[in-house]
Each structure stands twice: as C-alpha cells, then as structure tokens.
Design a protein around this ligand. Structure first.
Ligand SMILES: [Zn+2]
Ligand SMILES: [Zn+2]
Length: 142
C-alpha cells in the first residue's frame, strides 16, 4: 500500500475484545465483551428482566463489579444494549447495525467498526436518528 505523505493517515490499533467490558445483550440475554448498539427509550419503556439479573448474580465467571454494572444495565428501563447482529435481527432503529454482514464473530465486528470507514457511516446514521428523537421529544414537550 502506498500512502500519500501529504495526507495524515489515522492509525488505529486493532482493538482486542478482551479489553472491553462484559455486558448484557438485552435481545439474546448473553453476557460477553462484544460491541453493543445502545438504543435509548423514554424512561420506563424497557421491562426489567428479574430472572436475567438473578442469573448474572449467580454467574461464577463474573466479578462483583461486573455483576453490579451488568445488573444496573438490565434494570435500566430507558436503555437497551444489543449485540449488533441481534439488533439487526429485531430491527435496528437507525440502520447502523445493518452495515454488519451476517456471521461475523464479536471480535470481527469490533475490528470492523473501529478500523474501517464504516465507523463514519455509523456515526452519521446514529446522529441523524438522535437528532430526529430530540426533535420529536421537543415537539411533544411543547
Ligand atoms: Zn445478543
Ligand atoms: Zn442497531
């Protein structure tokens, strides 16, 4: 690969999924270190899955800090954390997860979204969606 010396090239180290926090997926219920699409709702919208919290607390592979933060995420009624492939399966609200091809491992998805230009597309899609939500919320509050 040749690089034009006049153009700065951002070098992004390929991230290791091992450095990412263990989190719940609110779609499939799996706890792992894969990237998540965080989908916001109005408070009280997302039901609290008590059985899921119990199984997290009982999981011997998680530290106490992990159990606390994962339980807090499950109990959060205005935020869903979704594996990006799970998000596509249930209908990604802004379409960003639809940019991830089927069948990738969580490490492959993380590498793709951090090191490829697809990152800019995600940000554009998610910012557009957020702007729409803010506009809607402002209109409802008026
Ligand atoms: Zn999932
Ligand atoms: Zn999504």
């Amino acid at each position: 690969m040749t690089v034009d010396p006049g153009v700065p090239v951002a070098t992004v180290a390929t991230p290791s999924i091992d450095n990412h926090p263990n989190r719940i997926c609110d779609v499939c219920g799996v706890v792992d270190r894969g990237p998540r699409h965080q989908v916001g709702y109005t408070p009280g919208t997302v039901p609290v899955n008590v059985a899921q919290i119990k199984s997290v607390i009982a999981n011997p592979d998680l530290t106490d800090d992990e159990k606390a933060s994962i339980s807090a995420d499950i109990a959060d009624t205005e935020l869903q954390l979704r594996h990006m492939d799970c998000c596509t399966n249930v209908g990604c609200p802004d379409g960003s997860c639809d940019l991830i091809p089927n069948g990738m491992t969580q490490q492959e998805i993380l590498t793709k979204i951090v090191t490829e230009p697809v990152q800019d597309q995600f940000i554009a899609l998610q910012e557009a969606k957020n702007a729409a939500i803010i506009a809607t919320t402002a209109a409802e509050g008026a």
